[in-house]
Design a protein around this ligand. Structure first.
Ligand SMILES: [Ca+2]
Length: 313
């Protein structure tokens, strides 16, 4: 039997795409927690509620942490637009929040699972602040956490925000360090494979041609167009890169991973050019528990999941 699933997200463009991917491909989250990141917490939460409303999905959303543990707030509006969704058309009404204490929710969800001898899976596609606070507040929840899939960090040391650091880790390195030092079954989807798994713009156009008109199509179209324009402007060419959706796909179908690395991973916390870098150590000398780092996945399956996500209504 498949474990229940919680999605922890910072409400950007690829977060919305990842959520639709999960819903359309048979692994809808049982609950969603939000966190600051691509945009501020309030906007991230609003974006997730809008995404759910577009496809009429009824999933409880708990707003979470608004700031990193130990540093100043950063964001990525230059990538995701001022509203975090690239100006995508929003539904007139959205559901109310289920709660405003995501950390408390995670502590009870995993705590209750642990007490019942069960485990709940977690997919994080934003900074790791909510989970870090839950682990600090209630260390026993570790027994209720199943597989933790993290979009974040790097595997070959090539970051995006800085030469060394990927955004989700850079946005709260102390939180990422707490999580990576915990004895949890972790699958990391690092930044570099997110660059090498993409669909050409012409293929995106072809997929959308086959989708029936309506608000869900308009929403997904606006998301992918913003992502394509951002990539073109940065000289990457016309393509849609799987970032958070790659991590969602790994949760939907673990067998899509065709190459991966087992290694200890820790986070560089000192100020300077390596702050927020994930140090990857296949030899295990770092001493942190071994995690699986995804390197390659089946692109045809990714394309099929994405096609299903844009056609879902
Ligand atoms: Ca994200």
């Amino acid at each position: 039997m498949t474990n229940r699933l919680i999605l922890d997200t910072d409400g950007g463009i690829d977060d919305a795409q990842a959520l639709l991917l999960l819903i359309a491909n048979g692994r809808p989250p049982d609950a969603i927690t939000t966190v600051f990141g691509n945009v501020e917490l309030e906007a991230a939460t609003r974006n997730i509620l809008a995404t759910l409303a577009v496809v009429g999905a009824d999933i409880p959303v708990h707003a979470g942490t608004a700031e990193p543990l130990a540093q100043a707030l950063v964001h990525a509006k230059h990538v995701h637009g001022e509203d975090g969704l690239g100006g995508a058309p929003r539904p007139a009404t959205t559901a109310d929040l289920a709660g405003s204490d995501a950390v408390g929710f995670l502590m009870s969800a995993f705590g209750e699972a642990a007490a019942a001898g069960e485990r709940v899976d977690l997919l994080t596609i934003g900074p790791l602040t909510n989970l870090a606070l839950a682990l600090e507040g209630a260390p026993g929840i570790i027994d209720g956490i199943g597989r933790l899939t993290i979009m974040g960090g790097t595997v070959y040391g090539r970051g995006n925000v800085t030469p060394a650091a990927e955004f989700n880790v850079f946005a709260d390195p102390e939180a990422a360090a707490i999580v990576l030092r915990a004895a949890i079954d972790i699958v990391m989807v690092p930044w570099e494979p997110c660059l090498t798994h993409f669909l050409p713009g012409s293929e995106i156009d072809r997929l959308f041609d086959a989708v029936a008109e309506g608000p869900p199509k308009d929403f997904s179209w606006a998301l992918v167009q913003h992502a394509r324009k951002t990539d073109i402007a940065r000289g990457h060419g016309d393509r849609f890169r799987f970032i958070d959706p790659l991590a969602a796909a790994v949760v939907i179908e673990p067998g899509i991973v065709t190459a991966s690395l087992q290694a200890s991973v820790d986070v560089a916390l000192a100020p300077g050019i390596t702050r927020g870098m994930t140090v990857v150590d296949p030899s295990g000398r770092l001493g942190t528990p071994a995690v699986t780092l995804v390197e390659r996945a089946k692109i045809d399956r990714l394309a099929a999941f994405y096609a299903a996500s844009i056609a879902y209504r």
